[in-house]
Design a protein around this ligand. Structure first.
Ligand code: CMC
Length: 451
């Protein structure tokens, strides 16, 4: 018997706990007169989940939830988001406190190990990451296989995937030590590979990492130094880079993180899994949004053209979206966007771009959108990407590098979530089912007889 799709669960967002007979720690679903009980699991905070793992076995039905809008795919202790309140916590710590007081490697330690490091732990972690920043020298040859005009994200997908061909001694996922070495290697080498992708793109020689610099300053140095002269990293920009990395470090079960988890669920090695995450991040609805937001501001061109653009966004036939606005989870101001907006002003002032013509367009667009019923009704607020494009542009990065920077920052989130998944006793290969609506069985027809 082909499985039927469970209509009651499809309607889940519109029905109350009582409607589905949810009492205490169980939820009852009635199907064709038969009652089925499912365990309700409580998290430490956030919505309860109905554990429907046995649904198919008990009822012969699947649930239907495109985009997983009502589906928890795993249990996690790393990041918590309350989208209605605009809250983002990493291991319990609010993102604004981490961005204000922490440094990026401290946040990496927190995400990976579950707690903020002591002074000794921090020194040891910094040392381990710093000693892994170089890449195998042969990897530099790899770059020349790409066209100069290749998008740096295309290069990142290829080169990061290739890490598994260079670091065989950290691909045994059953060995906790190898898993940790792979995690450190990925966090440490990602800025080096990203800077190499950038240098290759602009035709400049690669710049080796400098161990005396911190993570963010070293990255800026590898991107902007040239061998023929000294380059001093601007501390205001290094701090801004650090904060941008912190803001993007993890974001719960988003598309690229879920991609990493699914890829890893088959037992694939961590380097291959992170390459899969990079591929997913590249899309304009995810990590590519800051590039798209900047392109949108440039396309609008001037403040007086904003009403015309907003009219296009609201036109159902136009497919135009306000890039850098809206979020699957945040139905309130993205807490990262607030920090990014403040940082944007600081960076523009420091770099002498305070008169960037895109800034007044962004500010006016934000003001109009925050007061327009179309955006209010749909709970569309600026997300982190709305201001990150202008900030990164002022720091000297071309738009093609924006998503690459996101990938550098998110690597720690991906690898922490991957590591948590590997250690989860409930972990199974990710294998969703489907509502099949194609042709049913039919006989093969010889090509001479086909119409
Ligand atoms: N501009 C205009 N209308 C929008 C937008 C937008 N940016 N986002 C959503 N809507 C409308 C959409 O047309 C729909 O309207 P209606 O109900 O009349 O059909 C309603 O809001 C709900 O949209 P949805 O597509 O069902 O919402 P979603 O949760 O699936 O989409 C999103 C989330 C981020 C893909 C979407 O808001 C979007 O495309 N935003 C622009 C791209 C962007 O900025 N992405 C970065 C996300 S933050 C960084 C990251 O985490 O990667």
């Amino acid at each position: 018997m082909p499985p039927r799709v469970l209509p009651a669960v499809r309607m889940l967002p519109h029905i109350s706990r009582e409607d589905i007979g949810m009492t205490g720690s169980t939820a009852k679903i009635e199907l064709g007169g038969d009652a089925h009980e499912f365990k309700v699991r409580k998290g430490s905070v956030g919505p309860d989940v109905i554990d429907i793992g046995a649904l198919y076995k008990d009822t012969g039905m699947f649930t239907y939830d495109p985009g997983f809008t009502s589906t928890a795919s795993c249990e996690s202790k790393i990041t918590y988001i309350d989208g209605d309140e605009g809250v983002l916590l990493h291991r319990g710590y609010p993102i604004d406190q981490l961005a204000e007081h922490g440094d990026f490697l401290e946040v990496c330690y927190l995400l990976l190990y579950g707690d903020l490091p002591t002074k000794a732990q921090k020194e040891d972690f910094d040392f381990r990451v710093t000693r892994h920043t170089m890449v195998h020298e042969q990897m530099s040859k790899f770059f020349s296989g790409f066209r100069r005009d290749a998008h740096p994200m295309a290069v990142m997908c290829g080169v990061v995937g290739a890490l598994s061909a260079f670091y065989h001694d950290s691909t045994d996922i059953s060995d906790p030590h190898q898993r940790m070495v792979a995690s450190i290697r990925l966090i440490a080498k990602m800025p080096t590979i990203a800077a190499m992708a950038y240098k290759y793109h602009i035709g400049q020689p690669f710049v080796y990492p400098k161990n005396e610099l911190n993570y963010a300053a070293n990255f800026l140095h590898m991107c902007f130094a040239v061998p023929c002269e000294d380059y001093k990293v601007n501390p205001v920009l290094a701090r801004a880079m650090e904060r941008i990395f912190i803001l993007h470090a993890d974001h719960e079960q988003n598309a690229s993180t879920s991609t990493v988890r699914i890829a890893g669920s088959s037992g694939a090695n961590p380097f291959a899994c992170i390459a899969a995450g990079i591929a997913c991040l590249w899309g304009p609805a995810h990590g590519g949004a800051n590039e798209a937001a900047l392109a949108m501001l440039a396309e609008i061109g001037s403040v007086d053209k904003i009403p015309e653009f907003i009219a296009k966004v609201k036109d159902k036939n136009s497919q135009v979206r306000l890039m850098g606005f809206g979020h699957r989870v945040y139905k309130n101001y993205d807490p990262r966007a607030k920090i990014m907006q403040q940082m944007c002003h600081k960076v523009l002032k420091e770099t002498g771009h305070a008169n960037d013509p895109l800034l007044p367009i962004a500010l006016e667009l934000e003001k109009i959108a925050l007061n327009d019923p179309y955006f209010i009704e749909r709970k569309l607020y600026p997300n982190v990407d709305f201001y990150s494009g202008i900030t990164l542009k002022a720091m000297g990065f071309p738009t093609s590098m924006f998503t690459v920077l996101f990938a550098v920052a998110r690597t720690v989130g991906w690898i922490s979530q991957w590591s948590e998944m590997i250690q989860d006793p409930q972990q199974k290969i990710g294998r969703p089912r489907q509502l099949f609506s194609g042709a049913t069985t039919r006989d093969y027809v010889d090509i001479s007889k086909r119409k």
